[in-house]
Design a protein around this ligand. Structure first.
Ligand code: SAM
Ligand code: DTB
Ligand code: SF4
Length: 363
């Protein structure tokens, strides 16, 4: 359980600065209200970024971004009706349903991802929930990927406590299960499972000893209030998720959301990342789907606001992600270190090139 620390928005001074001790601002707390989230969100942009950067620096290396790689191990044909998703069998999106991938093909893909600079491997299946015989196969995949020295994550839909325990015993580090949006907007997007179903699965993952990866999507036609409601929901979970993916809706033709979606204002995205950083100071915030629409400058602002994880690889599940070369180039220009650096064939990532060898004259 998180310590109920005393940090409240009313403890911030008129400029959004910390009127209370710096340490208190870095402590995770629960009991966030939407009004507090809104007050942070409404701060003048420089004050908001200053706050977020301060908290980021007290909890993380500000010049490092985590890299994860995604693989769809079972694509399409899903019985759920998530209105944003290309993989629901309810919509005509052109995505073909496949069977669960072969074990060796998954492990070979993970190995390539590791060699290309991914620290974590996330395996996703388009299921409402896994059948026990499929879970056996996924557990074997998890153990093999863990054996490659990578962090492991899976996202398989709803889990029972016993299934979560089995995944934990197989060596799984993280379970990804998103709340997706605010409780109020949820019913506009999904009707085949409830928000409470999702909270229950998150509790089963936690009880089994798994770390939790939980976030949501913006750009589905929701209001800023819904985005902040989603952040308050995440920040008021019994424990903050260790990873918080913020996805910008990755456009898919043929799904209900495509009628109402409007791509979020870039500044609104940065504000949201900054508020997530302040509300969940020790969570890794992943700038997740939607980076293919973002300029380098927007991504740079998101990193300054506290985002410190990305998916690498040219595809996410069924939609595009920036080319790995573009990501490596961007991080290089920003002087941000990552495992992409370490995976360079010359072994001379940013850190190695900027640090003069001992005894060498700096030029
Ligand atoms: N079927 C499982 C489930 O939904 O729990 C796991 C896979 S599902 C693809 C995982 C998450 O990906 C969803 O909860 C949603 O947040 C995100 N997602 C799916 N389609 C997306 C899209 N088009 N754009 C952005 N995020 C998306
Ligand atoms: C998450 O929050 N984002 C990832 C991962 N968890 C599984 C999924 C993004 C999917 C984007 C749409 C697609 O490529 O189909
Ligand atoms: Fe199925 Fe997951 Fe897509 Fe929903 S988000 S339709 S559960 S694959």
């Amino acid at each position: 359980m998180l310590p109920a620390s005393a940090c409240r928005i009313q403890d911030l001074d008129a400029n959004g600065g910390a009127a209370i001790g710096r340490e208190a601002l870095s402590e995770p707390r629960r009991g966030w209200t939407r009004a507090e989230a809104q007050a942070l969100y409404d701060l003048p942009f420089p004050d908001l970024i200053f706050q977020a950067q301060g908290i980021h620096r007290r909890n993380f290396d500000p010049n490092r971004v985590e890299t994860a790689s995604l693989l769809s191990i079972k694509t399409g044909g899903c019985p759920e009706d998530c209105g944003y998703c290309s993989q629901s069998a309810k919509y005509d999106t052109g995505v073909k349903a496949t069977k669960l991938m072969d074990h060796d093909a998954v492990v070979a893909t993970a190995q390539r991802a590791r060699d290309a600079g991914a620290e974590r491997f996330c395996m996703a299946a388009a299921w409402r929930n896994p059948k026990d015989k499929d879970l056996d196969k996924v557990c074997d995949m998890v153990s093999a990927v863990k054996g490659l020295g990578m962090e492991t994550c899976v996202t398989l839909g709803m889990l029972t406590s016993a299934q979560a325990k089995r995944l934990h015993d197989a060596g799984l580090d993280f379970y990804n299960h998103n709340v997706d949006t605010s409780p109020e907007f949820y019913g506009n997007i999904i009707t085949t499972r409830t928000m409470q179903d999702r909270i229950d699965t998150l509790a089963h993952a936690r009880e089994a000893g798994l770390k939790v990866c939980c976030g949501g999507i913006i750009g589905m036609g929701e209001q800023v209030d819904d985005r902040l409601g989603m952040l308050a929901l995440l920040a008021n979970l019994p424990e903050h998720p260790e990873s918080v993916p913020i996805n910008m809706w990755s456009e898919v033709k043929g799904v209900p959301v495509s009628g109402s979606a409007e791509r979020p204002d870039p500044i609104a995205l940065v504000r949201m990342i900054a508020v997530a950083r302040i509300m969940m100071p020790r969570s890794v915030v992943r700038l997740s789907a939607g980076r293919q629409y973002m300029t380098d400058e927007l991504q740079a602002l998101c990193f300054v606001a506290g985002a410190n994880s990305i998916f690498i690889g040219d595809v996410l599940l069924t939609t595009k992600n920036p080319q790995t070369e573009r990501d490596a180039d961007l991080l290089e220009r920003l002087g941000i270190n990552s495992a992409l650096d370490e995976a360079r064939p010359d072994g001379l990532g940013h850190a190695a090139r900027m640090t003069p060898a001992r005894g060498a004259a700096a030029s």
